[in-house]
Structures are given as structure tokens and as C-alpha cells.
Design a protein around this ligand. Structure first.
Ligand code: SIN
Ligand code: CO
Length: 377
């Protein structure tokens, strides 16, 4: 991806990731998008897809936002110019895009949120704005000018559903052609304007906020025995100032926070379950016919292969007592080798008959909960 910039993925991570923008000309040389603008418009008509239609331009600030699903009639009524159709989670709706997503495997997969497609008419823009996540903006069709600024006024346009900045002064700008990509770290203001009918694909990496993490940790603690532990103050000294939370109490709370939070024995379970369910839009559904180890063994013997449900986030981690696999928030303790195989689409699809009985058991459980599915040859 970075070869035209003369960078290795590690040099990109060292010099740019979370630090500064990088224009990557021909990041995807001879890029042939697997989906065209009509496919994305079709997806925006589906109930399950999260889509938005934005019209307007900067600096006029005549923004309008509508949420999908849309109908063909909506698209027939569209103006010629200044419109953008956004569809989220496109790689989940269209699993063959996993090939493109795997180009980002130099970043842990759990860090990647989704691929959003943005189809635009000439002049199409969502306004100048700042995102709180890393993004790779890949030009799929047509051309688009991206302007960016590191320093800017924080003021947003009032009474506007879109997070649009009231004013924006570009510091740098580039026009991207198909196959070009622009990496932006969080906090850099940007404004993309389509020069002609085209499409941009953004691969977004949204990191959890402290609020997300603590809220989820609070809910998780509430499910633990004794609500995850309770503040104790054995050895309390007689208070001369009963209204005050003294330094001894503050120190005990700091210690309590540490021992029941990141220092608690269940923290890795919490983390795996939190990260594997972060921002999941749909719960996987079980298959029509449930598997058992012998039926699954037959399937593998007959050349069937196992695939990830694209709506399930799968990850694994090693802890003091072994390894755990996490699928959409549920923990499955298992050997590290099996966890690694399940999480790696290539290794998983090459699983053959002869898989051990205990491994088949876990695979059946994942299939029966809808986290995996069988593809027959
Ligand atoms: C777009 O591609 O239209 C919007 C993407 C973004 O600015 O984050
Ligand atoms: Co943005």
C-alpha cells in the first residue's frame, strides 16, 4: 500500500499513524472496486443498511440530511450536484470486500471499524469537519479534492445535525484519482469535495473513548459476584474533620480503582468481550440447522469450508490461564492455536476433516451461534 511512498508498513506506523496525514498516490494501483455506485445506491435502499443522504455545500451551509433506507424514487428526485450518499459497514454487507480489508492487516483487525462508501455527484461534500478516528480515504471512482487543516476554530454550525465547522481555512489540498488514498489521523480538519460523479471508500478506525470503556466496565462489573468488590477502610483513623474526604480515603480509592479495574483478575475477559462487541450493529443469528461434531466433521470431509460472519467481531488474547477466543462479546476459553486459527480467515477456511473432537466442539458452538458459517464448494 505504501510502496509508492517508499515506506514499509512499520515506517508508516512509526511516522504517521495517529500523528500526521499521508497522501498515498496509487496506494491501490489499478484499483477495480468490487462494487460500483449503483450497487451502493441499491444497498442504501435496504432496511439493514445504515445510510444517509446529504445535500449542501460550503461555505453556503445549505445542509440537509436524510436517513435511509431510500427508494429509487428518492434517487430519481436528486439534484444534479452537491449531494453525497453515505453507506456504513459496506464490507459486512458484501463479504468479498474482506480481500480489500486484509490489506489493512498491518493494523490489528479489532481496531478497524468499517468501510463506509460515499457516492457523490459533482460538488458533493459533507462539509468541513473533524473526526475522532483514524481514516484511510480511498478514491474508488472519479476525482475528489481533499483540503485539510491542523489548526482551526472549534466552532460548529449551530442547529445542524451534521458536525460541520462554521469556517474552515485549508492549509494543504490534493486531488485524488482512483487508487489514491489519504490517511488522516484523528483531530485533523478535512473537507472533501467531489469534482465529478465519483465514489470514496473510507476505512475508519474508531478507538474507544474513556467514557465507552468505563461505561462498559461498569456494566460488566455489575454482573460480577458482589458487583466486582467494594471499597474497604479497615484501619480507619479517628476523623477530626468529618465532612472531608481525606487523603487517606483518596489513596484507598485510587488503590481500589486499580485493583478492581485494570488490575482485577477478570480484566482481560472484560477487555476481550468489550472489544469484540464494540459498535456491533447486528447480533448474529443462528443457522437454520444446528451442527454437532459429527455433522461438522462430514461437512469438512466433503470440502465445505468455514467463514467468518462479517457482523461478528472475532479476536483472541492470551492470559495467565491460557487463551480465550471472543466472538461478539462472548468468551470461549480454548487453546491458543485454535483461537488463532478461528480468527484468521485463511487458516479457518483451510480447516480439514481430522480436526480434533474438542476443536470441533468449539467450532460447532461458534457455528450454532451464527459467528461462523459454512461455504460449500
Ligand atoms: C466523505 O467521504 O464524503 C466523508 C468522509 C469523511 O470525511 O470522513
Ligand atoms: Co471525515
Amino acid at each position: 500500500m505504501f510502496s509508492h511512498c517508499g515506506l514499509t508498513p512499520q515506517q508508516f506506523l512509526d511516522g504517521y499513524w495517529q500523528r500526521k496525514p499521508l497522501l498515498i498516490r496509487q496506494a491501490f494501483a489499478d484499483f477495480q472496486p468490487e462494487l460500483d455506485r449503483d450497487d451502493i445506491a441499491g444497498l442504501a435502499c435496504e432496511e439493514l443498511a445504515e445510510s444517509r443522504l446529504i445535500t449542501g455545500s460550503y461555505p453556503e451551509h445549505d445542509w440537509q440530511l436524510r436517513y435511509g433506507p431510500f427508494s429509487e424514487a428518492d434517487f430519481a428526485e436528486m439534484p444534479e450536484c452537491n449531494w453525497t450518499l453515505l453507506v456504513q459497514d459496506v464490507e459486512k454487507h458484501y463479504p468479498p470486500l474482506s480481500g480489500l480489508m486484509s490489506r489493512f492487516d498491518f493494523i490489528p483487525r479489532w481496531r478497524i471499524d468499517d468501510l463506509m462508501a460515499s457516492v457523490a455527484g459533482p460538488g458533493g461534500s459533507v462539509g468541513p469537519h473533524v473526526d475522532q478516528y483514524d481514516v484511510f480515504l480511498i478514491q474508488a471512482e472519479g476525482s475528489r479534492t481533499w483540503a485539510i487543516a491542523h489548526s482551526y476554530e472549534d466552532e460548529l454550525l449551530p442547529d445542524c445535525e451534521l458536525n460541520v465547522m462554521r469556517s474552515f481555512t485549508p492549509e494543504q489540498q490534493w486531488t485524488l484519482q482512483p487508487g489514491d488514498a489519504l490517511y488522516l489521523p484523528p483531530g485533523v480538519a478535512h473537507h472533501g469535495v467531489a469534482l465529478n460523479s465519483g465514489m470514496t471508500w473510507s476505512v475508519g478506525m474508531r478507538a474507544p473513548s474513556a467514557a465507552d470503556l468505563f461505561q462498559a466496565f461498569g456494566e460488566w462489573s455489575a454482573e460480577q459476584p458482589g458487583d466486582g468488590g467494594r471499597y474497604r477502610d479497615r484501619g480507619l483513623k479517628v476523623s477530626r474533620c468529618a465532612g472531608r474526604v481525606g487523603p487517606d480515603a483518596i489513596a484507598r480509592f485510587e488503590q481500589f480503582f486499580q485493583s478492581t479495574g485494570a488490575g482485577s483478575p477478570g480484566f482481560s475477559s472484560f477487555l476481550g468481550s468489550f472489544l469484540s462487541s464494540y459498535r456491533l450493529a447486528h447480533k448474529p443469528a443462528p443457522p437454520d440447522v444446528l451442527f454437532d461434531p459429527s455433522s461438522l466433521g462430514e461437512v469438512l470431509k466433503n470440502g465445505g469450508s468455514l467463514k467468518h460472519n462479517p457482523w461478528t467481531r472475532l479476536l483472541w488474547l492470551q492470559h495467565d490461564d491460557g487463551a480465550s477466543l471472543f466472538a461478539a462479546g462472548t468468551e470461549f476459553p480454548c487453546p491458543a492455536a485454535l483461537a488463532e486459527t478461528v480468527c484468521d480467515p485463511g487458516l479457518l477456511s483451510r480447516l480439514k476433516a481430522g480436526t480434533s473432537a474438542s476443536d470441533l466442539e468449539l467450532l460447532c458452538e461458534l457455528l450454532n451461534r451464527g459467528h461462523l458459517y459454512v461455504e460449500q464448494l
